[in-house]
Design a protein around this ligand. Structure first.
Ligand code: IMP
Length: 191
């Protein structure tokens, strides 16, 4: 069986990807390989951060692996918060602080176009591959719904009249940026 490391300890992400991988692949988490340190994420693009995490694991553990990185890109804010989505309102801030900062920055704006973008970086036998998943939508003027995490309450995906935080995790995880990137990666691995 081909062992491959997913550079995360997030059980939800692990379950999501395990579900779509074929049976010949055994997915390992960072914990499974004894990697307990925080992975470096010091680059200024989503692509470079995903690659940095994957390279760290590949170089230290010599195992095939992949890592993901995600950001919310808002058109009128020239792609911000982007790679800084997790700490938009500051290093020690939480999702609520990030949402409030975003709503303030966009106060009165009519162009509310945005997208979530995930990049999955895979290293297989030393070769690097990138897979992108993107979902377009709009930033709402106030929070709607309580499910999910991050910016879910203020993101309305195109084609739906429910925010990510209102639609239920089953549907969100089927259509999300992360699901799209992971499906592309899984299709590649399954081949
Ligand atoms: P990560 O790269 O998956 O850790 O995502 C970075 C940041 O982007 C998170 O801390 C969230 O603020 C935001 N984010 C990523 N994915 C989602 C999502 O599915 N919904 C809402 N926010 C998200």
């Amino acid at each position: 069986m081909h062992k491959i490391v997913f550079a995360t300890n997030n059980v939800h992400k692990m379950a999501e990807v395990s579900d779509i991988l074929c049976s010949g692949i055994k997915l390992l988490s960072l914990k499974d390989i004894g990697c307990f340190e925080e992975l470096p994420e010091t680059q200024n693009t989503i692509d470079a951060n995903a690659l940095q995490k994957a390279r760290y694991v590949y170089e230290k553990f010599s195992m095939d692996c992949f890592a993901d990185d995600t950001g919310l890109e808002v058109e009128i804010l020239k792609g911000a918060p982007g790679v800084y989505s997790a700490r938009y309102a500051g290093e020690d801030c939480n999702s609520e602080n990030n949402i409030q900062k975003l709503l303030l920055e966009m106060d009165g704006e009519t162009n509310r176009n945005a997208c979530f973008r995930t990049v999955a970086a895979l290293i297989l036998d030393g070769k690097e591959y990138l897979f992108e998943g993107k979902i377009s939508g709009r930033i709402l003027t106030e929070k709607h719904g309580t499910d999910g995490f991050g910016y879910d309450p203020v993101f309305l995906p195109d084609g739906y009249d429910l925010s990510f935080a209102q639609m239920g995790m089953e549907l969100k995880n089927r259509i999300s940026h992360r699901a799209l990137a992971m499906k592309k990666l899984s299709t590649f691995l399954n081949k």
